[in-house]
Design a binder for this molecule. Sequence first.
Ligand SMILES: [Zn+2]
Length: 239
Amino acid sequence: MLQIAWQHQGRDYPGRGSIASARTCTSRNPQLARGCVPARRSYQSTLRGGVRVNLDTGLIQEARFVPSPNCDARPAGAEVDVIVIHCISLPPCQFGSDDIEAFFCNCLDTSRHPYFHEIQGLKVSAHFLIRRGGELTQFVPTNMRAWHAGASEFRGRCDVNDFSVGIELEGTEDQPFAAAQYETLIQLTRLLIAVYPGISDAQLVGHCDIAPMRKTDPGPHFDWDEYRRQCRAGWRTRA
Ligand SMILES: [Zn+2]
């Protein structure tokens, strides 16, 4: 298994609030965001398995990076403290195509399916997509704001995009997710817990929780109990 690690140039890691203050890139272009990176220092954790993130770029090293233009800077002072789980399939109920990537990159071929005409022109993204086989794709650096939540609220705070990481699972609301997806999701979540100290157990939520009048994903088949139980290793390690 891969070793989990993170790289960070900031002075105050791992103190609370260090991430947002350490590196705030105002570029709307992730490629430009990647270009404003100083020399790196590497950190190793004792977490078993997993993935690595470069906190300067906000990129997971084991993810395939497909930059989406549908992102912007987080508000000044915003700290990531919520993870939002979604599900998506394109075309609806079909898995394995490149259409989700194309959708998040504003280059969906609308001739491929009638449904695509309905979503044509929408500008959305997520930080991550986990495919059915567990493969991890990143569209937006974690230090930038992905456009996944829409009109939303969490504990009295609006615009959840400002302070969250959005993770899409390739799937539908009427069938279970794959074991490989949970494996990747748990490793990714443990890493995010380690590097964003504000994330607590109660701040792992679904799109359904922050936009209950509009959204129902990830749906009843998502195993919240097991997900949270597995993620607790992240907090134990952090403690
Ligand atoms: Zn959603």
